[in-house]
Design a protein around this ligand. Structure first.
Ligand code: TYD
Length: 214
């Protein structure tokens, strides 16, 4: 049985997930909360090597099915090597994306059958799910503009998804919102526009409200 708290963050490119995760982690660490911060794809040696393949703009001709399976291979390793042991120790886990990203990107975005993704999720995650998912919501035009500006300045190599067109991101965003409507107790939508501090305050109140639920 797991004991720690398991929270994931989701949102399209440029929604500010990583910034918000860093701020939350700083606050929880200052409060003395033992933490594991992890990300998908990635989080383990194997996962990080899959991340390079999945995000590298040079990776051409990956089929949607191969893409889906690589994300789940990375997730399986991350659960067994990192997340489950951390939760069993009683640590709090913050995950930068989890299975909702596969439904949003590979399901709604690429058009893969959602029921197939559900079966893969059952296989890989079993009953394992975040107790709370913060969905940072932003319109794709604004999000992509932010993400592309950031990547130009950092010369990141991780451009494969960012070269998708706006229609793809509209489907992903609508997909996330649909997932949130279907699972409103777990997935909380937080508008990601405005100052970083304002978004941080919204995230904080969502987490606080959740912690006080019976
Ligand atoms: P991420 O590292 O969060 O990128 P960013 O910080 O720029 O938002 O995510 C990497 C990319 O992988 C992102 O485009 C979403 C995609 N992705 C999927 O398509 N399916 C998945 O299951 C996951 C975890 C990520």
């Amino acid at each position: 049985m797991t004991r720690g708290r398991f929270v994931s963050f989701e949102g399209i490119e440029g929604s500010g997930k990583t910034t918000q995760i860093t701020r939350l982690a700083d606050r929880w660490r200052a409060d003395g909360v033992p933490l594991l911060i992890t990300r998908e794809p990635g989080g383990t040696r194997l996962g990080e090597s899959m991340r390079r393949v999945l995000l590298d703009a040079q990776t051409m001709d990956l089929t949607p099915e191969a893409e889906l399976l690589l994300f789940y291979a990375s997730r399986s390793q991350n659960i067994e090597e990192k997340i489950r042991p951390a939760l069993e120790r009683g640590d709090t886990v913050i995950c930068d994306r989890f299975f909702d990203a596969s439904f949003a990107y590979q399901g709604y975005g690429r058009g893969l059958d959602l029921s197939v993704i559900e079966r893969l999720t059952d296989l890989v995650c079993r009953d394992f799910r975040p107790e709370l998912t913060v969905l940072l919501d932003i319109d794709p035009a604004t999000g992509l503009e932010r993400a592309r500006r950031r990547n130009r300045s950092r010369a990141r190599e991780e451009g494969r998804f960012e070269s998708e067109d706006l229609d793809f991101y509209e489907r992903v965003r609508d997909g996330y919102l649909d997932l949130a409507r279907r699972d409103p107790d777990r997935i909380r939508v937080v508008p990601a526009l405005g100052a970083v501090e304002d978004v941080e305050a919204r995230v904080h109140s969502v987490l606080a409200a959740h912690a006080h639920q019976p």
